[in-house]
Ligand binder design. Structure first.
Ligand code: NAD
Length: 492
């Protein structure tokens, strides 16, 4: 398959039971958020399509040796990585145009990182200790031989958002499939093509048996709820907002299925009073603009010493006003568009609220003057709000940084933890022991100390509190997709 043949006729297909097919509900458009132009059409699935996909995944799990054939699984996951790498330039253009992802990020977490990271899932499956001898014991005076077997959970329903579609789709597909599960992926309606291309590539370039992977694009969010409710689905792996995560958890309760949730965040960037304030504030401001702030783990609260508050605001505003929202195609662009008009209006609503609650803008505050087309918002620094204000507490998901004053290390920890979320955090200090002590007290799943990068295929990622449960990536992310069976055999 040549690169150009991907999505060749401008309409993407569903991928169900090994076949590319049309959606029973017709098609829906996918939009370039930088230009507002229709890129093309995606197959629109209805409930019956979703039912067929679940049935196919169930059959592939129950009636084939997929879950027990590690060699086949490792081969298929490696084939998928190789095929995606083969198409990487076409995928890069697609990611820039459908997601509005800045080109520079496609060399990392937006595309190439997660594609390469499929190797970690395959390698883990290959070297994993699937059966472990628990040794001798004599429960009730009877000495059995005991083995712990790790097995696939079964059929996984994967529901994903639009902000890092390849990262999130592949961080679920890779480990779930390598671990022996079958899967139905329901991507966000905003980025159907990033998921649909996987179906085309799997169909044409890999040996995945029919039904093992199914990809169901739809304009209808309720198809996600169907997956969460379906008794034929053993596990739902969800990434998205906390509100939707709550609903997924409730829908899954009736069938007591395993629920793995990666949800929202409102992470703090804590600057202690011995740190280089200007350097830290600049880094914090730059990070808040990446991909227009549409990252769940971005540190959107800059928590700085009260005596140097104005200085921190000035540095952050200087950095953010120098970052112009721009064409994601341009290799220099850091801050592209938001995904949709709806998302832009939501962010603008929070900016209006910041003023209503007594805050001020040190820079930004609305749509950029020179961009009438595209869903752009100016990088914005909000000053003058406490951590109790809604724009300081709620996830905005735009290029917006709120600067909050602290009165020492204990107060900084209190503010950082005073959040319903617990996804990530950053600490800057000249004293490594002091930084480590603060990092240890943060109730979050990942911490960056003085610029430490936590994102990596072998590193678990996930949240405390209402940022979710479970971990994606790393061995922990692989084991999310495993059951544990203890077999006791009477000693002869
Ligand atoms: P969303 O919650 O609106 O949608 C996520 C997915 O859920 C989509 O596929 C959507 O169609 C589906 N969905 C919607 N309603 C559903 C329902 N009732 N039942 C089942 N599925 C349903 O989120 P979004 O706007 O697409 O993405 C942004 C959110 O994702 C942010 O809150 C962000 O923090 C979060 N996110 C979290 C992580 C993480 O790893 N923690 C990573 C990326 C994004």
């Amino acid at each position: 398959m040549a690169d150009s043949s991907l999505l060749a006729n401008g309409v993407s297909a569903l991928f169900i039971d090994g076949k590319l097919s049309e959606g029973r509900a017709g098609t829906f458009p996918t939009i370039n958020p930088a230009t507002e132009e229709v890129l093309g059409l995606a197959a629109d699935a209805d409930a019956e399509d979703m039912g067929r996909a679940v049935e196919a995944a169930r059959r592939a799990f129950d009636e084939t040796d997929w879950s027990r054939n590690t060699e086949l699984r490792v081969r298929c996951v490696r084939q998928l990585r190789d095929a995606l790498q083969h198409h990487i330039e076409r995928l890069r253009e697609l990611t820039i145009s459908e997601v509005g992802a800045p080109r520079m990020l496609t060399a990392a977490a937006q595309l190439e990182g997660p594609v390469n990271d499929l190797a970690f899932s395959a390698d883990t499956a290959e070297s994993y200790v699937w059966n472990q001898d628990l040794g001798q014991a004599s429960p009730m005076g009877i000495p059995p031989r005991r083995t712990i077997a790790r097995e696939a959970v079964g059929v996984v329903g994967a529901i994903t958002p639009w902000n890092f579609p390849h990262q999130i789709n592949l961080a679920k597909l890779g480990p779930a499939l390598a671990a022996g599960n079958t899967l139905v992926l329901k991507p966000a309606p905003d980025t159907p093509w990033c998921a649909a291309v996987l179906g085309e590539i799997i169909a044409e370039r890999t040996d995945f048996p029919p039904g093992v992977v199914n990809i169901v694009t739809s304009s209808d969010h309720s198809l996600g709820a169907l997956l969460a409710k379906d008794p034929r689905v053993d596990m739902v792996s969800f990434t998205g907002s906390t509100a939707t995560g709550r609903s997924v958890m409730a829908d899954a309760a009736a069938t007591v299925k395993r629920v793995f949730l990666e949800l929202g965040g409102k992470s703090a960037f804590v600057v202690l009073d011995d740190a280089d304030l200007a350097a830290a504030s600049g880094v914090s401001a730059f990070t808040a603009c990446m991909h227009a702030g549409q990252g769940c783990a971005i540190t959107t609260r800059l928590v700085v010493p009260r005596g140097r508050y104005d200085e921190a605001v000035a540095v952050a505003a200087g950095t953010m006003s120098s970052i112009k929202p721009g064409d994601p195609n341009d290799p220099g662009t850091v801050c592209g568009p938001l995904i949709s008009a709806r998302q832009r209006d939501r962010v603008q609503g929070y900016l209006d609220l910041a003023i209503a609650e007594g805050g001020t803008f040190a820079c930004g505050g609305g749509r950029p003057a020179n961009r009438d087309v595209g869903f752009f918002i100016e990088p914005t620094v909000i000053a003058g709000l406490s951590n109790d204000a809604r724009p300081a507490r709620e996830e905005i998901f735009g290029p917006v940084l709120t600067v909050i004053a602290h009165d020492g290390d204990d107060d900084a920890v209190r503010i950082a933890n005073d959040s319903p979320y617990g996804l990530s955090g950053t600490v800057y200090s000249a004293d490594p022991d002091r930084a480590a002590a603060v990092a240890a007290r943060l109730r979050v799943g990942t911490v960056n100390v003085n610029g430490g990068v936590w994102y990596s295929a072998d590193a678990p990622f996930g949240g405390y509190k209402q940022s979710g449960n479970g971990r994606e990536m790393g061995i922990a992310g692989f084991e999310e997709y495993l059951e544990t069976k203890l077999v006791a055999t009477a000693a002869t």
